[in-house]
Structures are given as structure tokens and as C-alpha cells.
Design a protein around this ligand. Structure first.
Ligand code: CA
Ligand code: CA
Ligand code: CA
Ligand code: CA
Length: 304
């Protein structure tokens, strides 16, 4: 039994070491990953242009890409449901999308009012120079009012007291919600969305005292050939220069914990997640591999 325990320990340590080694390595080739910012999601390793949207594998990206997929409603809530997973590359788990509170006090499942407001997925990667983000959404970039898309909100210093609602940088995504698409602002004056205030922030149309425009992200926001539940879908693909968001020489994987957030203009749907979640996903996977090995050894020891 003692020998088995120590073998389990060795297996676990090896598993963790291999996984940590894999995480430290660049995701692709010398100089890390790069993406062509053209609105074509194929270079992220996902198959949403040709695959079946109700299958996990359609949405799972290439190695090193951190992602959340939350197409349609969480299967727990019924109605029109879809794939709900999150992870890094091919390592992923079920994503539980909790209900949110409407301004009138009751809980609702997202996307509130369904497909026209669905944010289907968010993918994230980086190299030395850029943060890359890909979003799949049902919102038209040119829309206004309740149909307007939100802007990308960045809390990259992990400090909830810097920036309104904690988000000290913003990238303008809509074409009819003020300012210019691709603009990066420091200290944006974020708005609280109308219907589901807790999903804040949504859009910005100016900046706080001390804020300023700080460069431009490359943003391509275009309709794709796939409709979902009778509504058009769009891809937002962008490269944000690290130099312009106080991330020069830094990695998203470094502490402190960061948050990248997007919410429809009206608040009906949002996606945000803490970064890095890399370790919290990969190490339990290593532990599971080790435990499986241990169980097999144990069964063999008992002659099963
Ligand atoms: Ca692309
Ligand atoms: Ca959808
Ligand atoms: Ca969604
Ligand atoms: Ca902050």
C-alpha cells in the first residue's frame, strides 16, 4: 500500500509538472500565437462556420486559447438551450451560467428575451505584443438603442477601485454608440445597462476626469454565414496592443487576477471571467489523471 501511495504521488507530481510545462510553452511556434484580424474565426481552431453548434467540438479552440461558450440558455433553465463549456484549449469543463436579476427584482436566464441578444462565446489569447479577443454575438455592430452592442471592458490591474466599476480600460466596439470603433480609452465613463443593471458595465461614450484616448485596437466586427434560431450572428475579432493597456512586458497569466467583460447595450446578456483560470482548470485535470492511475493500481493490487 505504501508503494502504491508513493507511486500515486509520483504520478500526480509528474502529471502536474507536464501540464505546467505545457502551459509555460508558447502555444504555437516561435514568438507565440498570432491571429489574422479579419473576422474569420478559423485561425482560433474553432469550427463555427461549418460545424454543428449543438456539439462541444464545434466550439473547442486550439491549444492555449482560454474560452467560455454559452450559446443560447444554460440547459438547467430549459427553453432554447446550447453548448455551455469553459476551459483552455482542449481542456474544458461544464460552464454554469447563473440567472441574473432584472431591474424589477425577478431572476431571469440569459440571454434575456432570447436569441437577438445572445452572446455565444468569448475566446482569449495573447503574445508578447497583443491581447487577442474573439467574440461570437447576435448583435449588429451598427445597431442602436436596445439592440446596440456593448463595448469591451478591461480590468487588467485586478483593482476594483481603479476605473468605473473597476474597469480602467475600454475598447469601443459599436459603430453607433459614440466615439469610434477600435478606440481604446483609459478611464471610460461606463454606463449601467437598463434592464439588468448588475450586468454592468455595457457601453461608454466618454471618459472620466483623468482619462484619455490611448491608441486604437484592430477590430473587425462582421456578420458570419451562420444564422442561429433565425437570427444573424457576428464575429468580433480584435488585437489590443499591450502597450496601450498597461500590459507591456506582462502576461495575462501573471497575477493579479484580471477580468475581461462584455455586456449588451441594454444589459440582456453578459460574459465575464477571471483570468487566469488556467491553473484552476489544468491542475484538477492532472489530479484526475493521477487518481485514475492510482485506482487502477489499487484494483490490480486486489487482483480485480
Ligand atoms: Ca481571424
Ligand atoms: Ca445563440
Ligand atoms: Ca449566451
Ligand atoms: Ca481596475
Amino acid at each position: 500500500m505504501e508503494a502504491i501511495r508513493s507511486k500515486f504521488a509520483v504520478t500526480l507530481i509528474l502529471g502536474v509538472t507536464v501540464l505546467v510545462g505545457m502551459m509555460a510553452a508558447p502555444a504555437a511556434g516561435d514568438g507565440g500565437p498570432t491571429y489574422t484580424i479579419d473576422g474569420d474565426p478559423t485561425d482560433w481552431g474553432i469550427h463555427i462556420l461549418t460545424g454543428n453548434w449543438s456539439l462541444n467540438e464545434t466550439w473547442v479552440p486550439k491549444d492555449g486559447v482560454e474560452f467560455i461558450v454559452e450559446d443560447n440558455r444554460d440547459p438547467r433553465w430549459g427553453g432554447i438551450t446550447g453548448v455551455h463549456i469553459k476551459g483552455v484549449g482542449s481542456s474544458y469543463t461544464r460552464y454554469y451560467e447563473d440567472k441574473v436579476r432584472h431591474r424589477d427584482g425577478y431572476l431571469v436566464a440569459e440571454p434575456y428575451s432570447d436569441e437577438p441578444w445572445d452572446l455565444e462565446a468569448k475566446y482569449l489569447d495573447e503574445d508578447d505584443e497583443f491581447i487577442y479577443v474573439l467574440i461570437v454575438t447576435s448583435l449588429d455592430p451598427d445597431a442602436t438603442g436596445d439592440y446596440a452592442p456593448g463595448d469591451l471592458a478591461l480590468d487588467l490591474d485586478g483593482n476594483s477601485s481603479t476605473g468605473k466599476y473597476g474597469y480602467e480600460y475600454g475598447v469601443k466596439l459599436g459603430t453607433n454608440t459614440g466615439l469610434s470603433q477600435g478606440d481604446i480609452y483609459y478611464l471610460p465613463d461606463w454606463e449601467e445597462p437598463t434592464y439588468i443593471p448588475e450586468n454592468r458595465p455595457s457601453v461608454f461614450n466618454g471618459y472620466l476626469s483623468g482619462g484619455y484616448k490611448n491608441g486604437t485596437a484592430t477590430v473587425v466586427y462582421k456578420q458570419i454565414s451562420v444564422d442561429d434560431n433565425g437570427h444573424h450572428n457576428y464575429v468580433i475579432e480584435m488585437a489590443i496592443p499591450k502597450l496601450n493597456v498597461s500590459m507591456a512586458g506582462k502576461s495575462l497569466k501573471d497575477p493579479p487576477t484580471k477580468t475581461i467583460h462584455i455586456c449588451d447595450g441594454c444589459g440582456n446578456e453578459h460574459i465575464d471571467n477571471s483570468i487566469p483560470e488556467f491553473l484552476s482548470i489544468a491542475i484538477p485535470a492532472a489530479a484526475v489523471v493521477g487518481l485514475f492511475y492510482y485506482k487502477r493500481r489499487e484494483q490490480k493490487g486486489r487482483g480485480e
